[in-house]
Design a protein around this ligand. Structure first.
Ligand code: HPA
Length: 260
């Protein structure tokens, strides 16, 4: 039995949710919370950047058992693209079947404004990294077609309609960070088919698919990406706008879970 299964004390969540920058308040929606610091889960990374806590909160949202990961580590913190691998592996071993990944992202579309939420339909890995590099075995040749599960996406669209929360859809581009993109890079992402850009999520999706978890992804748009209407993104703006949109994100996730 791994650390997480032990610490869950008989709870059996099937869904885990990774919270993006400044979406920490989603963890406040957890009923009967059992808080487990990452430091007590071997291999869980301790996030080093502001806007990210470092604890797992188990409990219920929308009447369903969940494990909420408040805080993630990013490959740009250490150069290790597989930094979330032990955590995803442990979630799988503890019985998690579905992973909801959330993030803060910059918009590549002027009409998708700060505060909007985007359901990820697909991604472009522009980081030059992959969390499975160095892993051996045929199971690492992971198919990435429908990586963002179509049935889960349909459920989020229904939940959005029921809650009256506008939900955009699009392609998330992973940029390594931690510097933001140049306006020229943003023009490139627009040309190659991106809808939003950010510094996370893709590694966790690849890892989750590797371990057979179903994935859904949601981006909170915190800014227009560099150069669009003169935008100049900052971490402060990401945290501020992310916190504002967290309420809509909580509604969406609560409805998604309650109607499962
Ligand atoms: N670029 C990359 N990551 C981000 C952005 C952005 O504009 N906004 C929030 N996270």
């Amino acid at each position: 039995m791994n650390d997480l299964s032990k610490r869950l004390n008989g709870r059996k969540p099937k869904t885990a949710i990774i919270l993006g920058s400044s979406l920490g308040s989603i963890a406040d929606a957890v009923k009967n919370p059992l808080v487990i610091p990452y430091t007590e889960l071997s291999g869980f990374p301790v996030p080093r950047i502001s806007g990210h806590a470092g604890q797992l909160v188990a409990g219920e949202i929308g009447g369903k058992e969940v494990a909420v990961l408040a805080g993630r580590a990013h490959p740009y913190e250490t150069g290790n693209a597989g930094v979330m691998r032990p955590a995803i592996e442990m979630l799988k071993a503890a019985g998690i079947e579905t992973l909801i990944v959330t993030n803060a992202a910059g918009s590549l579309k002027p009409e998708m404004r700060p505060g909007a939420i985007m359901l990820i339909t697909d991604h472009i890995n522009y980081s030059g990294m992959n969390p499975l590099i160095g892993q051996h075995g045929d199971e690492n040749f992971v198919p990435m077609t429908d990586a963002y599960d179509p049935a889960l996406r349909a459920r989020f669209l229904k939940a959005a309609e029921a809650e009256g929360v506008p939900l955009h859809q699009g392609v998330y581009c992973w940029y390594s960070g931690p510097s933001f993109e140049t306006p020229a890079e943003i023009r490139m992402f627009q040309i190659i088919g991106g809808t939003a850009v950010g510094m996370s999520t893709v590694p966790e999706t690849i890892l989750a698919r590797r371990y057979g978890l179903k994935v859904a992804g949601l981006s909170v748009i915190t800014n227009l990406a560099a150069g669009i209407e003169g935008a100049s993104p900052s971490h402060e703006e990401t945290k501020r706008e992310g916190a504002k949109a967290a309420e809509n994100m909580t509604k969406l996730i609560t409805r998604f879970l309650s109607e499962a």
